[in-house]
Design a protein around this ligand. Structure first.
Ligand code: NAD
Ligand code: TYD
Length: 361
């Protein structure tokens, strides 16, 4: 039986992870610590929120003493740290909260783990390695850090702190650096859910610059399985890269998505009644693709060498990009209420009515 502190559990990957974990580990329980920023939605935890195995605490990871008291009060043994400001474009517009949460907030959690002798798993990103040239080999766990954006730099700083706490104080830690995730419950500011929602609403699908930037796409459930494997190891300072074995240009990714949306509308005439502004009924989703001004400092190519987790722990992603996108699209079509509510903010009222007795707002 393990009791975890999961930070950022109301966000995209954290919520997927909690649902995944609880459905497979019936003796375990979690305390979720989440500030419920614009990116955190209790609606994403709805399937598990009333379970006696879940305690939700609204709070900032940077609050001194908060994580420590949660670990002590609930006798928690491992901190799994997802909480972050996670959107590159927001970090370019305003870096401060990124340093506050991703660096200083992570440090508060490390102090809590040290004081309570708790294990610590840190969720990080391939963006810390920076941009690759067209002929560079994929990055390994030994590749140098060359972050480009304030977001990536803040995650790199956090990774260094986590390793320093292991080297200096012997804190039992692991780190995973994963590639671009997509799947259910992703806030529609990231490329895939933004493209889906805009396609359904008949709005332009913005592609930065020439759209030839390469990303490695990882279906979120595959990420959760990889984390399960890593959390099953002794936390002795290891880092694992997690990739989806699918590198694609942004344009290719969005074109495939557009084709699958057209296909879904052709198979289900009810969709054109639900989404009358979408050109998908005419098989024309791709006509929404619109090139816009490039992101400043935009990394050209990411590619992960994930042989370590494959060889040591036997992890391989189960989904191809096409199968993962089909599952993602099916989820967004079935959960229109979720994405409309998180986008207009109205879910907060709804959750207050539903869960006001167990969560303080
Ligand atoms: P997200 O933005 O969807 O969710 C972040 C969550 O953290 C939200 O619930 C938010 O309310 C919470 N949060 C933010 N600041 C907080 C604070 N100060 N205190 C407490 N909670 C706070 O992010 P995500 O996409 O789920 O990413 C989770 C983790 O995975 C992050 O650490 C991110 O850097 C990393 N990551 C994400 C991706 C990706 O493709 N999404 C890829 C690689 C790594
Ligand atoms: P994003 O989903 O923001 O993730 P990240 O920046 O963490 O990789 O972006 C994925 C890629 O898609 C990235 O190269 C930027 C690009 N992109 C667009 O072309 N248009 C968009 O509207 C967005 C949000 C991203």
């Amino acid at each position: 039986m393990t009791n975890f502190l999961v930070t950022g559990g109301a966000g995209f990957i954290g919520a997927n992870f909690i649902q995944y974990w609880l459905s497979r580990h019936s003796a375990d329980s979690v305390v979720v610590l989440d500030a419920l920023t614009y990116a955190g939605n209790l609606a994403s935890l709805e399937p598990v929120l009333s379970s006696p195995r879940v305690v939700f605490v609204r709070g900032d990871i940077g609050t001194p003493g908060l994580a420590e008291s949660l670990v002590r009060d609930h006798r928690l043994t491992v901190i799994i740290h997802f909480a972050a400001e996670s959107h590159v474009d927001r970090s370019i517009a305003g870096p401060d909260p990124f340093l506050q949460t991703n660096v200083l907030g992570t440090h508060e959690l490390l102090k809590a783990a040290r004081l309570t002798s708790c294990g610590f798993h840190h969720i990080s990103t391939d963006e810390v390695y920076g941009s690759l040239g067209p002929d560079d080999p994929p990055v390994t766990e030994e590749s140098p850090y060359r972050p480009s954006s304030p977001y990536a730099a803040s995650k790199a700083a956090a990774d260094h702190l986590v390793r320093a706490y292991h080297r200096t104080y012997g804190l039992p830690i692991t780190i995973t650096n994963c590639s671009n995730n997509y799947g259910p419950y992703q806030f529609p500011e990231k490329l895939i859910p933004l493209a889906i929602v805009n396609a359904l609403e008949g709005r332009p699908i913005p592609i930065y610059g020439d759209g030839q930037q390469v990303r490695d796409w990882l279906y979120v459930e595959d990420h959760c399985r990889a984390l399960e494997q890593v959390l099953g190891t002794e936390p002795k300072g290891d880092t694992y890269n997690i990739g989806g074995r699918t590198t694609l240009t942004n344009l290719a990714a969005v074109r495939l998505l557009s084709m699958l949306i057209d296909e879904a509308f052709a198979a289900d005439p009810g969709l054109s009644r639900r989404f009358p502004r979408s050109p998908a009924a005419q098989g024309r989703t791709a006509s929404l693709i619109t090139h816009v001004t490039d992101r400043p400092g935009h990394d050209r190519r990411y590619a992960m060498n994930a042989e370590k987790i494959e060889n040591e722990l036997g992890f391989r992603p189960a989904e191809t990009f096409e199968s993962g996108i089909r599952r993602t699209l099916t989820w967004y079509l079935a959960h229109e209420e979720w994405w409309r509510r998180v986008m207009d903010g109205s879910y907060r009222e709804w959750m207050r009515a539903q869960y006001g007795s167990i969560v303080s707002f």
